[in-house]
Design a protein around this ligand. Structure first.
Ligand code: F6R
Length: 612
């Protein structure tokens, strides 16, 4: 949700800001803007609705703006429609302060009304402009920017990552953060702020993560950080080891396609370090068998695709642990007065580690005494830092808005955690444990082999892309996997789609099946294959066109009922979704391609959802 960047240093700021914004455009893309300051030209603000390219064209790749100090923003609108005026940066009434904001100021109306009564004129509908105007107000009172920012932060409620420049401070960039990510980058030729490390990794890998309530003052040669009482704080610095090329398209038509193809490697990187001598080793999660036995309830909490990983894990963990596992949507959990206590284990899953609902749910669980374990992709993200324990998925930077490789790595990591807990509880037979360990290590190779020929999926996409409504049906793990297949399709191709537990169809939804309706029949879960075939027959009998996904072993049998079949290699049943989901991702991708959709940046969406 919105990306912000700032630079102060020895080079020209505008091209650096544009480049960083391009790498963060997945965070929001309905308008963009920059503010750059120079001695001779003062504060230059340019902003426009639409994609970043509009802004880049408007300022000729940055050449029109002069100055070594600047801030930039790419927006995902919350308050006020996406237009030129509501685009950031916002400038205070006297034109001296420019500001970019990611987050939501919850009490903005009350502050706005107060300032309006004092005679301040607002130009936009945004909550963010209120911060700029309030800052001018307090700055006029105290004539000290750090003090003024401190006063503003005490007045505003909600979430924010802020980048601020002020004409009276020609060499300083000021930043503040609460509940929205913000990274400080220590460069050779200047210093940076950014919502996401991918925006600045080209310039520096030396970073610090700002904590809630902190304010930073950056110059070309220094970064000073203060707490909410304006007392200086020492920041721990980290080296980012992500490969720069991982965040680039590298000749692929879309990030999503590249990231789908990166899955074997991402799975390998996530699994290999965690298996030693045939056993699961989770170095950063060290519950003893006694502590695990003492757990009375297990919760998995997440949003969107990460929640779908939770749905698969519920089936797998209950089978392995013989314990009830509750999966909750973070946005529901946080307000449900959940039955969580100090004997609960709460697993939160998040690619970005910044999803506000997931973070709030985790905080609620912690407040009630639960032990929290975060499964996160972005190192140093807020959820990763606040959880009691964190296990990283090593998917690398994921840029396409629709998740693929992060989902796959979450899935295998959750399988490993489930196996680890089952081992501690003694609820898994040694032979099954060994079989899963063996198969999980073979996943990358099997997937790589299958990915060598994706053309059949492309063919089916070209055959079915003009359907208006598509149903994904399956039982057990296939149902959970279908939830993800359906979400992928709807988010990038805009086709209406539903995922259904196939046994449930006859209780209502089957009335929607009519001649020509496309049903994607997911029959990869071997233990229920025969039961599932009956459901396929039921929809066929109502005239559905059936595209089936199954395993090589069932290809022939499935072919007798379905109109078309895609088959993936077999693996241990609990791991089958790791192979099955990939054709579904590709199907969504190719359908969206056929329909001419903007695959990496689907409408209305953003990658990191830092608003409620
Ligand atoms: C869908 C997708 C979203 C995310 C969801 C949670 O392709 O990416 O549904 O899974 O917004 O995001 P994270 O995992 O970052 O918490």
């Amino acid at each position: 949700m919105c990306g912000i960047i700032g630079f102060v240093g020895r080079g020209q700021a505008a091209p650096i800001l544009l480049d960083g914004l391009e790498r963060m455009e997945y965070r929001g893309y309905d308008s963009a803007g920059v503010a750059v300051r120079s001695e001779s030209r003062g504060l230059q603000v340019r902003k426009t609705k639409g994609r970043l390219k509009n802004l880049a064209d408007m300022i000729h790749g940055g050449a029109d703006l002069e100055g070594c100090l600047g801030i930039g923003h790419t927006r995902w609108a919350t308050h006020g429609e996406p237009n030129d005026i509501n685009a950031h940066p916002h400038v205070s009434e006297n034109g001296q302060i420019a500001l970019v904001h990611n987050g939501i100021i919850e009490n903005y109306l009350e502050i706005k009304e107060h300032l309006q009564k004092l005679g301040v004129t607002f130009t936009s509908d945004t909550d963010s402009e209120v911060v700029a105007q309030l800052l001018e107000y307090h700055y006029n009172e105290c004539h000290n920017m750090l003090e003024a920012v401190g006063r503003v932060l005490r007045r505003i409620q909600g979430s924010y990552a802020l980048g601020i420049i002020c004409s009276d401070y020609p060499n300083a960039l000021i930043a503040a953060r609460k509940d929205s990510p913000l990274i400080l980058g220590y460069g050779e030729d200047g210093n940076f702020i950014a919502s996401d490390v991918t925006a600045i990794i080209k310039h520096t890998r030396d970073v610090a993560y700002m904590d809630d309530g902190e304010i930073a003052v950056l110059t070309a040669d220094s970064i000073d950080v203060f707490d909410d009482e304006l007392v200086p704080v020492e920041k721990e610095r980290h080296q980012v080891d992500w490969d720069v090329t991982a965040a680039e398209k590298g000749g692929y038509p879309h990030f999503m396609f590249k990231e789908i193809l990166e899955q074997p490697e991402a799975i390998r990187k996530t699994v290999s370090p965690r298996i030693r001598d045939g056993r699961v080793v989770l170095d950063t999660f060290s519950l003893t068998a006694e502590q695990v036995r003492d757990i009375s309830r297990i919760f998995i909490i997440a949003c969107g695709s990460s929640y779908h990983v939770g749905m698969v894990s519920k089936y797998n963990w209950e089978r392995l642990l013989r314990r009830p596992v509750q999966v909750d949507l973070a946005s529901e959990f946080r307000y449900s007065d959940p039955l969580v206590d100090d004997r609960s284990l709460v697993i939160v899953i998040s690619q970005s580690g910044e999803t506000l609902d997931t973070m709030a749910a985790m905080r609620e669980a912690k407040r009630r005494g639960a032990r929290t374990l975060a499964v996160v992709n972005v190192v140093g993200s807020s959820i990763a830092r606040e959880a009691d324990d964190v296990l990283y998925t090593w998917a690398g930077p994921e840029i396409a808005v629709a998740t693929t490789k992060a989902y796959s790595t979450q899935l295998v990591l959750m399988d490993l955690i489930g196996l680890y807990l089952a081992d501690l509880l003694g609820t898994v037979e040694q032979s099954e444990y060994d079989a899963i360990i063996q198969e999980v290590q073979l996943l990358p190779e099997k997937l790589q082999g299958w990915l060598a020929d994706v053309h059949n999926v492309q063919y089916f996409a070209s055959r079915y892309f003009n359907h208006n409504s598509i149903f994904f049906i399956g039982r057990n793990l296939d149902y959970a996997m279908g939830l993800e297949g359906s979400l992928k399709l709807k988010e990038i191709s805009y086709i209406h789609s539903e995922a259904y537990a196939s046994g449930e169809l006859k209780h209502g939804t089957i009335s929607l099946i009519e001649p020509g309706t496309l049903v994607v029949a997911l029959g990869t879960y071997a233990p229920l294959f025969d039961k599932f075939i009956s459901n396929v027959v039921e929809v066929k009998a109502r005239g559905a066109e059936v595209l089936a996904l199954t395993t090589e072993g069932f290809r022939e049998k499935m072919g007798k009922t379905a109109d078309a079949v895609i088959a993936v290699p077999e693996t241990h049943p609990i791991l089958q979704p790791s192979l099955g989901v990939v054709p579904l991702q590709l199907f969504a991708y190719y359908v969206a391609l056929q329909r001419g959709c903007d695959i990496d940046k689907p409408r209305n969406l953003a990658k990191s959802v830092t608003v409620e």
